[in-house]
Write a protein that binds this ligand. Sequence first.
Ligand SMILES: Nc1ncnc2c1ncn2[C@@H]1O[C@H](COP(=O)(O)OP(=O)(O)OP(=O)(O)O)[C@@H](O)[C@H]1O
Ligand code: SF4
Ligand SMILES: [Mg+2]
Length: 357
Amino acid sequence: MSSQADRQTSVPVDAVDVVSPADAEASEAAPAVLTVRGLTISVRDLELVSDVDLSVGPGERVGLIGESGSGKSLTALGILGLLPEDVTAAGSVRLSGIDHDLIGAGERRLSRVRGNHLAMVFQEPMTALNPTMRIADQVAEAMLVHRTQSNRRTARAAAVELLDRVQLTGIARAYPHQLSGGQRQRVVLAIALANDPALLICDEPTTALDVTVQAMVLDLILRGVTARDSALLFITHDLAVVATICQRVLVMYGGRVVESGPVREVFTNPRHRYTEGLLAASDLEAADSGPVGTSEPVRRRLPTIQGTVPAAGHFPDGCVFRTRCPHATEVCAERPPWTGDQTRGFACHHPAGADDV
Ligand SMILES: Nc1ncnc2c1ncn2[C@@H]1O[C@H](COP(=O)(O)OP(=O)(O)OP(=O)(O)O)[C@@H](O)[C@H]1O
Ligand code: SF4
Ligand SMILES: [Mg+2]
């Protein structure tokens, strides 16, 4: 297991609002904000992400989980058009309201979309901030660049209000280095929400933060997207966070989405053997309370599944999980077809729970 996974902790379940099943059903029916089809990401002749299909409905909150190296961040960077130069993306990424595909779009077009319709919060806030600019000016700049505020005075007033909403009152004139990690991440969140994005993508936004501020930042993310009706694509190692804030979940392994569906369904009735392994090892229920008689924060780590994750681009043909799967048979050397639809489905020849359905 990676050291990053080791550092990952979760929030107490009551720190954020619990998703109602009605929410999930409502968002399933609406047309998608984000539609990804056949996203394939390669470096030279190595395929790191293969043929990913996903969609996120308006206001829907979707989790993306999987072990370290499964291709979660590359998928997010591919959607955002932020892949490193030597890494190429093929397929289609469409955002509602944008009349062109984001794959293959030039940087000028992409930068009009990013920070406006599509916003992001990554793990390390310092890389997203300008160290030489005061906090409120950076938030105001995000609105001026995308012309959602017409002049510096109104943009600054709006920035101060946004900072208040992420509980950063009185720090408008501070520089990033004068803030704590948690405060900096809240500034990044304020910038990301400044233009009421249709979709917010968060990639491990709380992993680098102190345990005590993780719950607060997650709560603010949830409140921020809910207030704006923004959709959320949330990448994490932490299954409990997904269970708490997301309606639907996508499970990735070996650069592929191997299972997807409503969180409750996938977590209680996993079909793909990889999801089953993740959940079995995570012991979600047992981790719901801290050690008996203590007030220690609850810790849920990425579970360890038997065997080692192959190196990038070297997953087996057929089912990518077959070198680690206790249920693998000869047929698993052939790529399993997707069973189900975009809302609920999996790609496994010998799915868990097959006898019950
Ligand atoms: N520029 C690159 N060149 C070559 N390989 C890369 C590059 N970027 C990422 N990879 C590899 O692609 C695989 C997927 O990487 P990615 O960062 O998407 O994983 P992840 O699921 O986000 O993992 P983690 O949970 O550790 O953040 C990894 O094995 C990684 O080493
Ligand atoms: S397709 Fe085969 S190897 Fe892959 S998860 Fe299912 S049973 Fe295991
Ligand atoms: Mg990552």
